[in-house]
Design a protein around this ligand. Structure first.
Ligand code: HPA
Ligand SMILES: [Zn+2]
Length: 333
């Protein structure tokens, strides 16, 4: 196959950084708003998509939380998950680790049982229909208090086996990892894997805190690590994975242009970097579009693409024997 884009499209890949609310399609948002009688300031797919212009993380989060506010019943959550899993099938995302943020729906009177019933039904179907591999992570909102996060951890107890990890998302600046030390200690004692967004907009110190105070297994984003050579050396030495999201970073103005993105530079420095979509409908692309953007802007080679995909399988929370199977599948690709 000569075309790098069609080659990338069928390369087996894993996604490790995906907010399920960030995969809400504009058409689904409009449909659910109408069904549930939620007033939104948009009346067409085009008008929703016209709002996908962001100047920073917060300007995106305002729209992201508005989108999430149209979800109400089990079927709504089912369709949100089903739409994304259909994309996984289409894009050869053979394994995915999905961030679920139940705190988002609480103000609308929607509890975790409704949310999880819909998500679990969609995942069970995708597993049965085409063998989709999917894990969920309980992502806590850092703009809220640590007590609220701990309360959500308790609400999630009936679903302990459905969440492989906890994470930390939402507004980064002013909400450092150190705010959530007790949360992470508690989650660790219950056997959760640990991830946290750090170093997307926040400084390298936030990445150090996530590692040293929270003890995370992976860093979400982490692109600002390059500002601190000692941190880069530590991340390389420990092979702590970074779940990088190229289109997200450009849309949220972390980098001005894809040509300026440091992902391949980080890969060359020996960091365990991976490619992910973050919030694909809002940022203009799922996994394949992220890989394609790297090929167009940074001349990503097939060898580099395979290395990035291999990193994702290695950095996943799958058991070692399953990881080995996926890595072998990729090897022969
Ligand atoms: O990129 C992100 N950063 C922080 N919180 C988020 N919630 C959805 N996407 C993001
Ligand atoms: Zn994210």
């Amino acid at each position: 196959m000569s075309d790098i884009h069609s080659w990338l499209a069928v390369m087996p890949k894993a996604e490790l950084h995906l907010h399920i609310d960030g995969s809400l399609q504009a058409s689904r948002l409009l449909q659910l708003a109408a069904k549930n009688g939620v007033a939104i300031p948009y009346d067409s797919v085009e008008s929703v998509q016209a709002a996908y212009e962001f100047e920073d993380l917060q300007s995106f989060l305002d729209l992201y939380y508005l989108g999430a506010s149209v979800l109400r019943d089990e079927d709504d959550f089912y369709w949100l998950m089903r739409d994304y899993l259909d994309k996984c099938r289409e894009q050869k995302i053979v394994h995915t680790e999905i961030m679920v943020e139940p705190q988002t729906y609480l103000p609308y009177g929607v509890g975790i049982h409704t949310v999880m019933a819909g998500f679990k039904r969609a995942i069970a179907e995708a597993k049965a229909e085409w063998g989709q591999s999917a894990l969920m992570m309980l992502s806590l909102l850092r703009h809220l208090s640590e007590d609220e996060a701990l309360a959500m951890l308790e609400m999630a107890e009936p679903f302990r086996d459905d969440f492989v990890a906890i994470g930390l998302a939402s507004s980064e600046m002013g909400h450092p990892p150190s705010k959530f030390k007790t949360l992470y200690e508690t989650a660790r004692s219950r056997g959760y894997k640990l991830v946290a967004h750090a170093g997307e907009e926040g400084p390298p110190e936030y990445i150090w805190e996530a590692i040293q105070l929270l003890g995370v297994d992976r860093i979400d984003h982490g692109v600002r690590c390059v500002e601190d050579p000692a941190l880069v050396a530590h991340l390389v030495h420990k092979q702590i994975p970074l779940t990088v999201c190229p289109l997200s970073n450009v849309r949220l103005c972390v980098f001005d242009r894809m040509q300026d993105h440091n992902l391949l530079n980080m890969l060359e420095q020996g960091l365990c970097v991976t490619v992910n979509s973050d919030d694909p409908t809002y940022f203009g692309g799922f996994m394949n579009e992220n890989f394609s953007a790297l090929a167009d802007a940074l001349a990503l080679s097939r060898e580099q693409a395979k290395q990035l995909a291999a990193n994702s399988f290695r950095a996943s929370f799958l058991p070692d024997d399953i990881k080995a199977q996926y890595l072998q599948q990729l090897e022969g690709y």
